[in-house]
Design a protein around this ligand. Sequence first.
Ligand code: ZN
Ligand code: ZN
Length: 363
Amino acid sequence: MEDHRGRAARALAGAQAQGAEALVVASAPNRRYLSGFSGSAGVVLIADGRRWLLTDFRYLEQAEREAPAYEIVPIQRQVWQQVAALAGEVGARRIGFEAEHWTVAQWRRAVSEAPGVEWVETAGVVEALRVVKSPEELQRMATAARIADEALAQVALILRPGLRERDLSLHLEAKMRELGAEGVAFPTIVASGPRGSLPHGLASDRKLEPGELVTIDFGAVYQGYHSDETVTWALAGDHPERARLREVYEVVRAAQAAGLAAVRPGVAASAVDRAARQVIEEAGYGAEFGHSTGHGVGLEVHEAPWASSHPTRDWTLQPDMVITVEPGIYLPGLGGVRLEDTVVVTQDGYRRLTQADKAWREW
Ligand code: ZN
Ligand code: ZN
């Protein structure tokens, strides 16, 4: 069982540092992180020494079971009035909310239901806690990655020209579910041939052709935690641009290796981006690598820390942070290559969670 009391105490300290006396958390991943509750509706309220989870009739039994560190409160008609009354029990009047997750309409509703409360904008409070993973979280993420890798190995058995991208994604997703995934981390990306230049090309009806590349970006969810990995495979056969595709592949592979080699505690996440990007720029493909090198993974498939060349906030890597390294080169009309692994920062480097071989492979 995760230390939900400790997490709540740290979240409250973070909210206090932003001027609040209590904190409400309604975004699903943050609510789950703080309480263990996996339902789709509810509000966590944390104030001096107290923890409440307000949820509706559908979830009361589940909430009692999943969130034993919390007092479970049935939601009545005006939830923000209830929140104000509970916070008032410990004298808290300045209640922090997640400014990045609330809509203007939600904020208006809170203000009108609880006019005596001073609603304080907070940002990134729980997200900042989530970047460093617990042993249990790392275990779940390793399981998600293993399921995805096993499913990929099965899909390799059916890979051949004539198969539709959609068949490939269906097979991969079904295998992940069979192997114990509770869902897919995101709609599977299968981008073959010229479609490979679409960094986020969802699987289409296009049929694979001999000699071309196919990029597969996929992930599983296990007990709330995501995996994220990309392979680019070559289909056997002749292709007029085969030599060029192979060259591009090796550039991306070298870039990924350079990015991974930069991963260790004390290094800025932006330095991981720079290491990978430099290899691609030196090979003359800088303009064809138009996205960030990596991102954190956890209860969400994209979360902090961000490994970007223009970070709005840079992150210093610490042990037990999880980050992807996924450079790519995209050539409109020709195709593309992306290689992605999800790794855990260790005391002296990194450990891969995703295991598929990233060397050039022909099928
Ligand atoms: Zn991915
Ligand atoms: Zn990714």
